[in-house]
Design a protein around this ligand. Structure first.
Ligand code: C2E
Ligand code: MG
Ligand code: MG
Length: 579
């Protein structure tokens, strides 16, 4: 937000109010005092606003109206001016007889004797109480969040500028960027009134968790920023972060409702002694950078599951910058035809014939070149882009399979990876049915690979898998062994194949042999077909074969291939097996 804009706006509004005030207020409040300040004359307006009668005022010291608002220096300066025969103008807050306060814009004119010394003072005032109230309201609106009454973004900006340019201490300052975890679902399920009440209480708890010199502000939504000043060691920051996490983790009570929340905190730091004398523009850049860094760190704290804090590091910054740039590119990648699908043969380990292929997505971007799926697939998943792109992969794979079938290529099925987001998507079954119809491809030629993490919600998984099975599709659990599911758990689900993760296959040379053989044994007893992935050496192959695993894929047989190279690969391997 642009602070200058608000300040100028504020100033203009006040000027206008002033003009209106003076135009409307024809009646002046007049008093005359002697040189010591004893009241000699008041007009009716003076009595009206001060709520004293004329009799009560005459002969009294003018200080009877003092509100206690102004400092001694304020009055000393005023007396210095009028005492030396000059006119004084200013705004004064006075107290009326009934204890209420009013503001007057005052002009005091000294009347001078022969020697040029004041012998009496005439004061003319205008009531500006209304304007003062408005001014306070405008100030409140411009600099405070109406809900939590905490300073807002503009105030934070001013505050940071002040401490960064005045270097009130030579120590560190820390910026804590907080975002409540799952606030949106609280708001959605319990309503906005409850959400608002929660934010108010959170604001209060935050204020209670820091020292008086620390600055707690609300950025908007469920985001808060805290500035810690005069920090000597990191441990002081972590202590505050831990205190905040703890205080926000105890329940909130809102209208008989017990609500739990937690927060993710990102932290950036700056050492004030490193600061040079900075221009206003430079300060703005520094503040923007610090806030951005804390925001990035907060995002990482969220990714770790929330309820924790993360310090910003330059490594995080690089990672985040790359992430955001990749995301930007990914948004147009489908339209720009930057994706392709490659196919890795699934091989019968005994006779080396190819039984099927796994479709694997590839991304070639003009700026980043070939990006590894392990890097871009999680971004597609987090942004939801996996839904349209995953659908595109499915359609490509089915179309290709149909072409191969029509050409008499001896492949029995194509396996396509499903991401968790796709698996939970309510259109999944419809989309797949549609694609199979459009292609048209027999459902038994399609295999879907899911991962263990997707099957944890047993009710939902069972229902989705059953629908897929009813269509006639084969189901595999990919990367088996890296998740949390046990074989006995999986046996209740309509699953055909288990693909043992490549990390197990690659450990067989060391001590993993027994483990792999055990997985194969139990899997077979539970009637799963076992597929091994990541077979790179002959040794691995022979262990798998003796263990009783008959299907696998890996660089030993073939890397993933573009569709047009597959027929020649198949021909070659066929020749080899015949020879
Ligand atoms: P995945 O489904 O487990 O695929 C197997 C991965 O192992 C592939 O990596 C493949 O290239 C690699 N691989 C095959 N043989 C060997 C080997 O002998 N040694 C080693 N070290 N690796 C081997 P890729 O293509 O980089 O894909 C990585 C992961 O990205 C896939 O793992 C899958 O989870 C995901 N993925 C790829 N394409 C898609 C897609 O279209 N949709 C979704 N949701 N995920 C995909
Ligand atoms: Mg796979
Ligand atoms: Mg895998």
């Amino acid at each position: 937000m642009n602070t200058k804009y608000i300040e100028i706006e504020l100033e203009n509004t006040l000027k206008k109010l002033n003009d209106i005030e003076f135009a409307l207020n024809q009646s002046s409040i007049v008093a005359i005092t002697d040189r010591r300040g004893i009241i000699n004359f008041v007009n009716d307006m003076f009595c009206e606003i001060s709520k004293y009668s004329r009799e009560e005022l005459l002969g009294q010291d003018h200080s009877i109206l003092n509100s206690g608002y102004h400092s001694n220096t304020f009055f000393r300066n005023m007396w210095k001016t009028i005492g030396s025969g000059n006119v004084w103008k200013g705004e004064i807050k006075n107290k009326a007889k009934d204890g209420t306060f009013y503001w007057v814009y005052t002009t005091i004119v000294p009347f001078l004797d022969d020697q040029g010394k004041p012998y009496q003072y005439v004061s003319i005032r205008y009531d500006i109480t209304h304007r003062k109230i408005m001014e306070k309201e405008i100030h409140q609106l411009a600099f405070y969040d109406p809900l939590t009454k905490l300073p807002n973004r503009t105030s934070l900006d001013k505050h940071l500028k002040y401490i960064l340019s005045n270097k009130t201490s030579s120590n560190q300052i820390a910026i804590l960027f907080l975002d409540l975890d799952r606030f949106k679902s609280i708001n959605d399920t319990l309503g906005h009134a409850t959400g608002d009440a929660l934010l108010k209480q959170v604001g209060q708890r935050l204020k209670d968790s820091v020292r008086a010199i620390d600055f707690v502000s609300r950025q908007g939504g469920d985001e808060f920023i805290i500035v810690l000043e005069d920090i000597h060691e990191r441990q002081e920051i972590t202590a505050v972060a831990n205190r905040i996490i703890e205080t926000l983790s105890s329940p909130f009570y809102i209208q008989d409702e017990k609500i739990f929340t937690s927060t993710s905190i990102g932290i950036s730091e700056v050492s004030l002694s490193d600061m040079q004398k900075n221009s206003e523009a430079k300060l703005e850049t520094i503040i923007e950078q610090l806030t951005k860094e804390a925001d990035i760190a907060m995002y990482h704290a969220k990714n770790m599951g929330g309820g924790t804090y993360q310090f910003h590091t330059s490594a995080l910054n690089k990672k985040m910058t790359r992430y955001l740039r990749l995301e930007n590119q990914l948004r147009q990648a489908l339209e720009n035809e930057e994706f392709s699908v490659v196919y890795q043969p699934l091989v019968n380990l005994v006779n080396h014939t190819t039984v099927g292929v796994e479709a694997l997505l590839r991304w070639n971007n003009p700026i980043f070149g070939e990006v590894a799926p392990s890097e871009f697939i999680p971004i597609l998943e987090e942004t939801g882009l996996i839904i349209p792109i995953g659908k595109w992969v499915l359609r490509q794979a089915c179309k290709q399979m149909k072409l191969w079938k029509d050409d008499g290529i001896p492949l029995s099925r194509v396996a396509v990876n499903l991401s968790p987001r796709q698996f939970l998507n309510s259109y999944l079954i419809n989309d797949i049915t549609q694609i199979l119809q459009d292609t048209p491809l027999e459902p038994k030629c399609l295999e879907l690979e899911i991962t263990e993490s997707m099957v944890l919600d047993i009710k939902r998984t069972t229902s989705v898998l059953k629908q897929l099975k009813d269509l006639g599709i084969t189901i595999s659990v990919d990367d088996f062994g890296t998740g949390y599911s046990s074989l006995s758990y999986l046996k209740h689900l309509p699953i055909d194949n288990l693909k043992i993760d490549k990390s197990f296959i690659q450990s067989v040379n060391q001590d993993g042999e027994i483990m792999v053989k055990t997985i194969i044994d139990i899997g077979k007893n539970l009637n799963f077909n076992i597929i091994a992935e990541g077979i790179e050496t002959k040794e691995q192959l022979s262990i798998l074969k003796t263990g009783g695993c008959h299907i696998g894929q890996g660089y030993l047989f073939s890397h993933p291939l573009p569709a047009h190279l597959l027929p020649s690969y198949l021909n070659e391997t066929l020749l080899n097996t015949i020879v």
